[in-house]
Design a protein around this ligand. Structure first.
Ligand code: PLP
Length: 508
């Protein structure tokens, strides 16, 4: 197939078919700026051990440094890039730094960055097949690749026909909202047939969704958006939602005249990387209850067969989601959602104005019906680039390496009896806290650990965050930034020990 840009050049003698003012720069100006920018990117990634994770700026630092209005006349690239370097970089939290161990990682890689450049180059908005055929056609192909790579059952694979299929959402939160709203619509339509004459408002007030006490806050938010009740199910000693507890909660609600319709189970909780038991939960969810799995962080690890036992029972779930933008080197935003029956999504969100219709809509995927916004970026290109340039074996290597770094840190913590490991270490998350010999007052222990965290964060030596499970506050260290290696983990441990010494001294 001929390259269209080359064709144009041959016919017209120059490479671009636009006036430079429409693009903001001349071709030569763009090439020179882009060269400088790529050099900056390479330097950034080769310096990750020198870059502090947390910036030393105070709230409001930026306003006095920038003019109050946009320039009437063009600024020069050099001046803009200098301001970026001096003003913006100074206020960034550097998620790829060797000293960043907070939240869950933000995936990135050179192949993903390159794909992003091309996505921005073509700037197509692929909401329907006709609005950009390649955009629509690459997405189910790479999501089939990914589904196979993580061992999802065949029923989630599109393979050119469906009804199982993947769709890229912006975030795990969106995936939860989409599936919750689809489940709500599906249930309400059934109830309207079963109880003719009942108002939709009354039926809606009967719907209940379920999740564990330790699922992500986005589940609670999705229920606020959907205006349905949320029942938080108690977890077992491993912080896992179990089938029996879920069943008991549902039975009680049914007895009270309520209608269970949606369950969100988590594989890899944010607080402590615990795993709900979906093999049991799947047995409890009948055809009337949509079972969604939020594996935002842990899902990427299932490319390694040794982690797949955590998703035993996945053949029973209605939808499954995880973020390659956390653990699989794809830049944010990218959240992969698979549904067993895409008709459930399409039927819930389909509106079809004349200006969006096209001749091929009966035979092609129109992703506009699978998401809340209309417009969508060509995000599948990022995953395609990452999977091809890394290859699955290198992607697995990266997951195992991150887990190994967490194990290294866990071992270090266990050498110091002033600390305890709070939960079994899964993947790249280690939960730990100071324990005080002879001290049983949990609030006092919580306070010391909060003091320790504050001190670490204020020092800006490393960046970690804390969390709380069963009234006990703990610190979380997460491996997985690009800069993370064994040296970085050892540095983190030394830093934590040093701050612990001063906190313990002051609290004597
Ligand atoms: N679910 C879990 C288990 C998470 O850990 C997170 C974020 O870390 C989310 C959902 C929210 O992810 P997103 O930012 O993609 O909405």
């Amino acid at each position: 197939m001929p390259c269209q840009i080359m064709d144009y050049k041959e016919k017209n003698g120059h490479a671009s078919g636009y006036n430079y003012y429409r693009m903001g720069m001349t071709d030569a100006g763009f090439q020179s700026a882009a060269k400088e920018l790529i050099e900056f990117v390479v330097k950034y990634y080769s310096n990750l051990s020198e870059i502090h994770a947390s910036p030393s700026v105070e709230p409001g630092y930026m306003k006095p440094l920038l003019p109050a209005s946009a320039p009437e006349e063009p600024d020069k690239w050099d001046e803009l890039f200098r301001d970026f370097d001096q003003i913006v970089m100074a206020g960034l939290t550097h998620w790829q730094s060797s000293r960043f161990f907070a939240f869950f990682p933000a995936g990135t890689s050179y192949p993903s960055i390159l794909a992003d450049i091309l996505i921005d180059c073509c700037s197509c908005i692929g909401f329907s097949w006709t609005s950009s055929p390649a955009c629509t056609e690459l997405e189910p192909i790479v999501l089939d690749w990914l589904a196979k790579a993580i061992g999802l059952p065949k029923i989630f694979i599109y393979d050119g026909k469906g009804p199982g299929c993947g769709v890229i959402q912006g975030s795990a939160s969106e995936a939860t909202i989409m599936t919750l709203l689809a489940a709500r619509t599906k249930t309400l339509r059934k109830l309207e047939v079963k109880y003719p004459g009942q108002s939709q408002h009354m039926l809606l007030s009967k719907l209940v969704a379920y999740t564990s006490e330790y699922s992500h806050s986005s589940v609670e938010r999705a229920c606020l958006v959907a205006m349905v009740k949320l029942n938080k199910v108690l977890v077992d000693e491993n912080i896992a939602m179990r089938g029996a507890a879920l069943k008991a909660a549902m039975d009680k609600d049914r007895k009270d005249g309520m209608i269970p319709f949606y369950v969100c189970a988590t594989l890899g909780t944010t607080d402590c990387a615990s795993f709900d038991n979906i093999a049991e939960i799947g047995q409890v969810c009948d055809d009337e209850v949509w079972l969604h799995v939020d594996a935002a962080y842990a899902g990427g690890s299932f490319i390694c067969p040794e982690y797949r036992h955590f998703m035993e029972g996945v053949e029973m779930v209605t939808s499954f989601n995880f973020n390659p933008s956390k653990s699989l080197m794809v830049n944010f935003d990218f959240s992969a959602l698979w549904v067993k029956n895409s008709v459930d999504l399409i039927n819930s969100f389909k509106v079809d104005p004349v200006f969006l219709r096209h001749d091929n809509q009966a035979t092609t995927i129109d992703y506009r019906h699978w998401q809340l916004p209309l417009g969508r970026r060509f995000r599948s290109l990022k995953l395609w680039f990452v999977m091809r340039i890394f290859g699955l074996e290198n992607m697995r290597k990266r997951i195992r390496e991150d887990a190994q770094h967490a194990k290294t840190f866990e071992k270090l913590v266990r050498t110091d009896d002033r600390f305890e490991i709070c939960f079994p270490v899964h993947l790249g998350l280690v939960c730990f806290r100071l324990v005080l010999a002879g001290e049983c007052d949990n609030e006092k222990i919580n306070k010391i650990n909060q003091d320790l965290l504050n001190r670490i964060v204020d020092s800006k030596d490393i960046y970690i965050v804390g969390s709380r499970v069963r009234q006990r506050f703990h610190l979380r260290l997460v491996t997985g930034s690009v800069g993370c290696d064994e040296k970085a983990v050892k540095f983190a441990w030394k830093t934590i020990q040093r701050h612990a010494c001063s906190v313990l001294r002051e609290n004597k």
